[in-house]
Design a protein around this ligand. Structure first.
Ligand SMILES: Nc1ncnc2c1ncn2[C@@H]1O[C@H](COP(=O)(O)OP(=O)(O)OP(=O)(O)O)[C@@H](O)[C@H]1O
Length: 270
């Protein structure tokens, strides 16, 4: 269960309903979510319930049918550099090197705030943050999927967003690479204090990374079914957590929500 947030939210998703043209019922109905500055919040739910749709509204890529989103006191009315999105499949420009992919984003957003030399240093700093300095001159086609996601994360962080929006960022990776990247994102979140909203299907991932887990009911007309506070101290170590009763309880709670109370449509609950 989640304790209510007191005081103003940093990211305030307020009574958001989203209906696509030609569909009778809204995908999401009345989603209300308040996220604190520096918080790591995951959104989990069955396929098609509207997780990406919600993230797209926060990103400003899709207008809400009703309700709205306010970030740090400003209403979201379109995409902007205060929000950076990392998708499941990298969206790096294949003809640019890793350095150039990040540098382009830095030049587009920070050229007024930083000199040329500072933008170079900042690009290098972000490459180092994801431990990709050695691959700076490689093109996306020459590096692994996990490395591409690391460059995508570095590019997103390099624009100094107020909130990092992760849409299943580890979904296309093998289990070991995925674990490695999750650890890196946890370390980055710990050192930068970035506010993160992450979409995931993976219960273990949600528990490991999050301060709170938002569970969506099945669509259409999906809503927030429940929010769980993940009461685990940081830094978190995946190997130690495996036997931690609090980790086991949080995991069981989310699994029960997804597989007993809100089983995937057409599936028999386990
Ligand atoms: N542009 C669109 N026009 C019409 N319907 C859409 C559009 N985008 C998404 N939908 C529908 O909205 C619903 C929610 O889609 P969404 O991609 O947000 O779900 P999701 O929970 O992220 O799914 P998954 O976990 O499989 O990625 C789906 O039924 C989808 O078909």
């Amino acid at each position: 269960m989640s304790k209510p947030i007191t005081g103003p939210a940093f990211l305030d998703i307020s009574d958001v309903t989203i209906a696509f043209p030609r569909s009778r019922v809204p995908v999401l109905n009345g989603v209300d979510l308040k996220i604190r500055r520096g918080e790591y919040v995951s959104v989990i739910g069955h396929s098609g319930c509207g997780k990406s749709t919600l993230l797209n509204v926060v990103a400003g890529l899709l207008p809400a049918t009703s309700g709205g989103v306010v970030l740090d006191g400003r209403e979201v009315s379109g995409p902007g550099p205060d929000r950076a999105v990392v998708f499941q499949n990298h969206s790096l420009l294949p003809w640019l090197t890793c350095y150039e992919n990040i540098r382009l984003a830095v030049d587009q957003t920070l050229s007024r705030a930083m000199s040329r030399a500072e933008r170079h240093d900042w690009t290098m700093e972000n490459l180092a943050l994801v431990r990709m300095t050695g691959a700076k001159d490689k093109r996306p086609g020459e590096i692994s999927g996990g490395m591409k996601q690391r460059i995508g994360i570095a590019r997103a962080l390099a624009i100094k967003p107020k909130v990092l929006l992760l849409d299943e960022p580890f979904g296309a990776l093998d289990a070991l690479t995925r674990a490695h990247l999750q650890d890196q994102v946890m370390a980055i979140h710990a050192s930068l204090g970035t506010t993160v909203m992450m979409i995931t299907h993976d219960v273990d991932e949600a528990v490991l990374l999050s301060d709170r887990i938002v569970m969506l009911t099945n669509g259409p007309n999906a809503r927030i079914g429940e929010i769980l506070d993940v009461d685990l101290p940081r830094p978190r170590d995946r190997l130690e957590l495996v036997a931690d009763p609090r980790f086991i309880a949080a995991r069981a709670h989310v699994l029960a929500f997804l597989h007993h109370r809100h089983a995937a449509p057409g599936m028999v609950a386990a």
